[in-house]
Design a protein around this ligand. Structure first.
Ligand code: SAM
Length: 257
């Protein structure tokens, strides 16, 4: 299994091309010139780098919080304490405990950013907790209930069905993370941000696909369905450069208060 930080770095180019630019532009237009941003589930800190490189913001302060110490440490080692004029802080913590402590200390942010985050948490308490520290949340690459692999496979439907069942049982966000966030907060802007990987694979895409196959096989196995034959066929297709993958995601910009 690919480690978490390697997977997050490998998916960066995929996120770059999948992000919905209209939603991102709208987010940028809502920010003051030098915003204070709280990033929840920051992983390896690719988002602050992207914001600097794409001139989404030109200065300010970015606090990157993640419970996964190694991923955040890898981000800190790569990015350092600033991206251009954006100062970056790293905090290994539960995002909601961090937000609650920040609120208790009277600290406020202009916005929360959570990429591929709001589908792994329970939307209602997440919105309540984060509303204490910021008026706005940008939630790109939020899973929107669809995964497809090709070429056709006899077990595909059962596997995807069990994968979603696993999300419902074990992942607070479930497979409908985007819809749940849209229900719990006031949507200012939203748009699709599908992940599509097709041969010939670009840099990092084999790593992403291998990680996703491991993830799906493991999750489906926990529901009591043996997906090892499906996974073996999918790995052979990946090896042969024939595996295609598509997932529906949604980028949301929401008002928290
Ligand atoms: C799918 S990863 C996305 C990482 C990064 N935003 C990206 O897109 O590359 C989700 C991240 O959220 C973090 N996470 C999940 N729940 C968390 C929580 N309650 N507090 C802090 N981090 C959390 C995980 O450790 C993981 O790194």
């Amino acid at each position: 299994m690919t480690d978490h930080a390697t997977y997050l770095d490998a998916k960066r180019a995929l996120d770059d091309r999948s992000l919905n630019r209209e939603v991102l532009d709208r987010f940028a237009s809502e920010l003051p010139p030098e915003p204070e941003i709280l990033e929840v589930g920051a992983g390896t800190a690719t988002m602050v780098e992207r914001f600097g490189e794409w001139d989404v913001i030109e200065g300010g302060r970015w606090v990157a919080v993640d419970a996964h110490e190694e991923a955040l440490a890898a981000g800190e080692a790569r990015v350092g304490d600033a991206v251009g004029d954006i100062d970056v802080e790293y905090r290994v913590a539960d995002a909601f405990e961090f937000a609650s402590d920040a609120a208790a200390g009277g600290r406020r942010f202009d916005a929360v950013v959570g990429c591929a985050f709001f589908d792994v948490v329970d939307a209602a308490p997440a919105v309540d907790a984060l509303a204490e520290v910021a008026p706005l949340a940008y939630a790109p690459i939020t899973y929107d209930g669809e995964t497809r692999f090709a070429p056709p496979d006899p077990d595909e439907e059962a596997v995807v069905d069990r994968y979603h069942r696993h999300m419902r049982e074990y992942r607070p966000g479930g497979p409908d993370g985007a819809a749940a966030l849209a229900r719990e907060a006031t949507v200012i802007a939203q748009g699709p941000s599908p992940w599509v990987i097709e041969p010939p694979y670009e840099s990092g895409e084999r790593t992403v696909l291998a990680h996703l196959l491991d993830t799906v096989e493991g999750a489906v196995g926990e529901t009591g369905f043996d997906a090892s034959d499906w996974a073996a066929r999918r790995r052979r297709a990946l090896e042969a450069g024939r595996l295609r993958y598509e997932a529906a995601n949604r980028d949301l910009l929401v008002r928290l208060d």
